[in-house]
Design a protein around this ligand. Structure first.
Ligand code: PLP
Length: 374
């Protein structure tokens, strides 16, 4: 077999303005970090980097949790790590579903043998503590799963009271912050969250491929007392903690360059400071919301539950939404996303995450939309 090598041209990716639900734009400093020389994954220099990444992740999550590390895989791998390590076959699990990622959590929990109950809210609404209390009163659960920033709906879930209720019923609270961590105010320890995960490619503005997770003391206790081994070998935290900490036992080869990128993006978070970064995301989101309202568009989520890092805006009646998105991409280099699931065809999803959350991007999108919508 032969091949015509000449037909495979040099990579030629355009510089897009990425304003969808991820990946977000990547700071040039992060791209440069990825070009650093390859070293062995147990090289002393890399082992030091592993420790630094974990320290920076604790700042990002706002936690003292020892078991805090980056999974080699995207946000979905981090999600699966949290489910696989917290659930044992036969465990009762309650999943709160108000969007696409809640559905995914329930599906995963079932595959790991959980006895799953669900409560639901329309996409765009959030749960209150009484919803969770009523469900747990009917049937207690060892683990309660909920999404903080639902990327499919644009809603941000309040968590403090829900965490209290889950603990009253002696459960563990597992929270998805893939689309929100680093973009909106959040603290694992202050909120009392037991298990939490995120992804590198959203508000962290690192390339896709790494999924940070953290397990608190009560979650670690459950993990240590499992009757059955974690059913996913690659994502087994009882093995991974011996790789990311002493005794540094080989488990897999963590993607070195993706960790360089993660380190640099976490350093950018630390330099900016979380509070300043949250305020920037809020400012940019408000600029977007005001600008969209000025051209007679309506946000899908009421202001009090609106997620700053991802906005769902209703598509005006009769508009060919796909045609507009195509023109945004072709004429203006801007990527936004359509609706998922039950919001398909009804909303656009505009992400302002990490390095994408800048005034020039918001203004460009608003100007382009104003032109295209006439
Ligand atoms: C993007 C996202 C995920 C999945 O992350 P991937 O990096 O696409 O695997 C999970 N949960 C939420 C809320 C997300 O926005």
């Amino acid at each position: 077999m032969t091949i015509d090598a000449a037909k495979f041209t040099d990579l030629d990716m355009p510089q897009r303005v990425l304003l969808g639900p991820g990946p977000s734009m990547v700071d040039p400093r992060v791209l440069r970090a990825m070009a650093a020389p390859m070293v062995g994954h147990l090289d002393p220099n890399f082992v030091k980097l592993m420790d630094q990444i974990q320290e920076l992740l604790r700042y990002l999550f706002q936690t003292e949790n020892d078991l805090t590390l980056p999974i080699s895989g995207t946000g979905t791998a981090a999600m699966e790590t949290c489910v696989a390590n917290s659930v044992e076959p036969g465990d009762r699990v309650l999943v709160c579903i108000n969007g696409y990622f809640g559905l995914r959590l329930a599906e995963m929990a079932k595959r790991y043998g959980a006895d799953v109950a669900t409560i639901s809210r329309p996409w765009g609404e959030v749960f209150n503590a009484e919803d969770v209390r009523a469900a747990l009163e009917k049937r207690a659960a060892q683990v309660v799963m909920i999404v903080h920033g639902e990327t499919s709906s644009g809603a941000m879930q309040p968590l403090a009271e829900i965490a209290q209720v889950v603990h009253e019923y002696d459960g563990l609270l597992l929270v998805d912050t893939v689309a929100s961590l680093g973009g909106v105010p959040f603290s694992v320890d202050d909120l009392g969250i037991d298990i939490c995960y995120t992804g590198s490619q959203k508000c962290l503005s690192s390339p896709p491929g790494i999924g940070p997770v953290t397990f608190g003391p009560r979650a670690v206790e459950k993990l240590n007392n499992r009757a059955t081994p974690v059913a996913n070998w690659y994502l087994d935290l009882t093995l991974l903690r011996d790789y990311w900490g002493a005794p540094r036992k080989y488990h897999h080869t963590t993607p070195i360059s993706a960790n360089y990128a993660l380190y640099e993006s976490l350093r950018l978070v630390a330099e900016e400071g979380l509070e300043t970064r949250w305020a920037r995301h809020r400012r940019m989101a408000e600029m977007l919301w005001d600008g969209l309202e000025a051209i007679d568009m309506t946000m899908h989520v009421p202001l009090e539950n609106r997620l700053a890092s991802l906005t769902t805006v209703r598509i005006p009646d009769g508009l060919d939404e796909l045609a507009i998105r195509k023109r945004l991409l072709v004429d203006y280099n801007i990527e936004i996303a359509g609706g998922l699931g039950e919001l398909g065809g009804k909303v656009w999803r505009v992400g302002l995450m990490g390095y994408s959350a800048r005034a020039e991007n918001v203004l460009l999108l608003l100007a382009a939309l104003e032109k295209l919508l006439g």
